[in-house]
Design a protein around this ligand. Structure first.
Ligand code: IMP
Ligand code: MG
Length: 189
């Protein structure tokens, strides 16, 4: 899908996202080439569903052995504001004891979801948990967490596209855009 009435302004287009993903994959690969880790294998954990377009791009350019795992964590109740504590709906299915783990997420807003998951995975015995995010909203972070690698920084606006949803839709837009929030009050799909 290339356009939609809820798109207000395209902030980052497909080409820019693709080259940013390549750059992130390159930096991440350099890091894992420079250290040693269990079974010479990194466990990548994508947070569904928002990670999908980002992770699909990223994986193809990671130059190390990885096992791909996924988690479903809910924090938004289909709304545009984050109100509750994250809840694990689907946990990873693999033993991470002593392993190096890379969390892959679409965006950091308050940071609550990722810091909760990071603690959870460290609690399962992982030796190290790194975080890569396609996007972040640095002035909205309220926890002590900084992504180890981040693609784009934004302000406070609610964003859609490239994995980011409004009411589970619009993840399939091939760009990151601001949402026409004025239209949401009486919006019908
Ligand atoms: P946090 O726990 O507040 O950092 O929220 C992170 C989660 O909220 C992300 O995984 C996203 O799925 C979702 N989220 C945060 N900001 C946005 C946005 O602007 N648009 C869509 N989803 C968002
Ligand atoms: Mg998400």
């Amino acid at each position: 899908m290339t356009n939609h009435p809820l798109v207000k302004e395209v902030l980052v287009d497909r080409n820019k996202i693709d080259s940013k993903i390549k750059e992130l994959a390159h930096n991440i690969s350099n890091y894992y080439k420079s250290i040693q880790y269990k079974n010479n294998t990194v466990i990548t954990v994508g947070l569904l569903k928002g990670c999908v377009p980002f992770m699909a791009g990223l994986l193809k350019d990671l130059e190390f052995n990885c096992i791909t795992e996924y988690m479903i964590v809910s924090s938004y109740e289909g709304n545009t504001t984050n109100i509750q504590k994250p809840k694990i709906i689907n946990d990873i299915k693999i033993n991470v004891e002593g392993a190096h783990v890379l969390l892959i997420e679409d965006i950091i807003d308050s940071g609550i979801t990722l810091s909760f998951i990071k603690e959870h995975i460290l609690g399962l015995g992982a030796k190290e948990v790194k975080v890569v995010t396609l996007a972040s909203k640095p002035n909205k972070i309220i926890v002590d967490l900084k992504p180890d690698w981040n693609g784009f920084e934004f302000g406070d606006e609610f964003l859609i596209g490239f994995g980011l949803d409004y009411q589970e839709r619009l993840r399939n837009l091939p760009f990151i855009a601001t949402c026409n929030v004025e239209k949401l009050t009486d919006w019908e799909w």
